[in-house]
Design a binder for this molecule. Structure first.
Ligand code: MV4
Length: 494
């Protein structure tokens, strides 16, 4: 047991701030690292200390292991929290950190390594009889052999890259006649993307729900699950809306999946926070896909329904404390929904938008949490993820969480940059989403350019820009503030 006094956060943006907030509540000092593009970023201002680590491109800064370890040694931080993305699932980094005598806030390098490859992950999970989609348990090299197996499994099948992530190196094969060609494409895609051409096959589940289970494991052998998140609403493997609990799980299925997720974690003696990913088919049968060995973007929905601060738990586990609660102490309370707000244009094929946040006013009031890393006047750097914020709402039930999300989207004022807020409103108002009857094809199935009602938005945008200029520059004292404001609100709602 070693008490952590100072944590270096090897990340940026909203997640760096999120981690620092929990560290501060625990009385732990924080060290930020920053690139050239992030000199004025909020995570730098929030931290007790900040260290410059390189140029704007992440391979010159946030991905340079030695710079980060050096920053840690220089500032005397005892531990590194990697956040998500960047070096968070890099087993080599976790090892380097440990070799430097620094605590890595996360699982062991071995657990990261095994779960970082879908085939070794499946092999580990197989010891516990975890349901998996029928297919091959090993990498397939011989095309003839692979094709024979595909025929046994039955079409459509899915060819997946063992080293893959985010849908890269995945090919659906509808007919046996296309198999050779698709396999060659999958191997070459995997080789160029991951430097590892190993692929395997699975039966393709055509309309899956994506459900993941949050896990916590400590260094004393305790592993608990914190229920599920439903992440089925996604667009090209980028999650858009996540919620907890899932509207389709029964208490029995939830318990079964929770037990399986704990077993998957146990198969690698998992420590820290992790997520076990499953898909559910049309019969609601579930299959293990992979495990993510990091804190996830969508962790807040789990925090809101369980009352557990996952970052605090990660820190306590990293300093050797046993988890302070038992599985039976955990209960689902209410419902939480997260909308990822991206700097992207839904009317232009979700093309990333760049620019300055001319107006940036976040929604407030009951049941709202906004995890962001920007303030009005800031620019969204082009070098990193285009996510501006995570808008999370909580309610006593799913209906209340949805109506709060709709209100929060209406209150959120962003000008200067096109965002996916209007698209989020579209999802919330859609019958399929409201009824809970949707799968991973929701966006492809229901959304097309032109469906968003932008007229009002542009009115609101103009009104907000005018208001903002007047108020900011203090040139004019509005004679009747109330009238102006109510007209402006009216414009937005009509
Ligand atoms: C699948 C699948 C259907 N059948 N595996 C996509 C990313 C990776 N985590 C696994 N993925 C899928 N694996 C079988 N056998 C469908 C997907 C999939 C998907 C899964 C979860 C969330 C969104 C998705 C979007 C498209 C495809």
């Amino acid at each position: 047991m070693k008490t952590i006094k100072k944590i270096l956060i090897a990340n940026r943006g909203e997640i760096a701030l999120r981690i620092m907030r929990s560290a501060r509540e625990l009385g732990i000092k924080t060290v930020a690292v920053y690139s050239e593009a992030d000199r004025d970023a909020l995570h730098v201002r929030y931290a007790d200390e900040a260290v410059f680590i390189g140029e704007a491109p992440s391979n010159k800064s946030y991905l340079v292991m030695t710079n980060i370890v050096d920053a840690c040694l220089k500032t005397g931080a005892d531990a590194i929290h990697p956040g998500y993305g960047f070096l968070s699932e890099n087993a080599g980094f976790a090892s380097k950190v440990a070799e430097a005598g620094i605590i890595f806030i996360g699982p062991s390098p071995n657990a990261i390594d095994i779960m970082g490859n879908k085939l070794t992950a499946k092999a580990a999970a197989l010891k516990f009889n975890i349901p998996m989609v029928p297919g091959t348990e090993e990498a397939i090299e011989d095309v003839i052999e692979a094709k024979a197996r595909a025929i046994e499994v039955g079409f459509p099948i899915l060819i997946k890259a063992a080293a893959g992530g985010g849908g890269k190196g995945m090919r659906i094969v509808e007919h046996v006649g296309d198999f050779e060609e698709q396999m060659a494409l999958a191997v070459s895609e995997a080789t160029s993307a991951f430097g590892d051409g190993s692929v395997f096959i699975e039966r393709y589940v055509t309309s899956p729900r994506h459900i993941e289970i949050q896990i916590l494991g400590d260094t004393h052998g305790n592993i608990l699950h914190l229920f599920e998140r439903d992440c089925s609403v996604q667009r090209r493997h980028q999650k858009v809306v996540e919620e907890a609990p899932s509207s389709i799980l029964t208490p029995e299925k939830r318990e079964k999946m929770g037990k399986c997720a704990i077993d998957v974690a146990r198969s690698v003696n998992y420590t820290g926070a992790g997520t076990v990913e499953f898909i559910l088919d049309e019969n609601l049968d579930f299959y293990f896909l992979e495990m993510n060995t990091r804190l996830q973007v969508e962790h807040p929905v789990t925090e809101l329904i369980t009352g557990i601060d996952l970052v605090k738990e990660q820190i306590k586990i990293a300093q050797g404390e046993p988890i302070s609660f038992k599985q039976d102490d955990l209960k689902i309370n209410g419902h939480a929904i997260e909308l990822r707000v991206y700097a992207e244009d839904p009317d232009n094929n979700f093309l990333p938008d760049i620019g300055t946040l001319e107006t940036y006013i976040t929604p407030k009031g009951p049941g709202i949490r906004v995890d962001d890393g920007f303030e009005q006047g800031m620019e969204i750097p082009i070098y990193y993820d285009p996510m501006i914020a995570k808008l999370i709402t909580y309610g006593k039930d799913r209906e209340e969480a949805i109506s709060r999300m709709e209100r929060a989207i209406d209150e959120y004022q962003i000008t200067g940059i096109t965002t996916t807020l209007g698209f989020g409103k579209f999802v919330m108002q859609h019958e399929a989403f409201k009824s809970g009857n949707f799968d991973t094809h929701f966006v492809k199935k229901y959304f097309q350019t032109g469906l968003l009602n932008n007229d009002n938005e542009s009115d609101a945008e103009i009104a907000a820009i005018v208001m903002n200029t007047l108020l900011n520059e203090n040139q004019i004292i509005l004679p009747n503030n109330e009238t102006v404001e109510s007209n402006w609100l009216k414009n937005r709602k009509e």
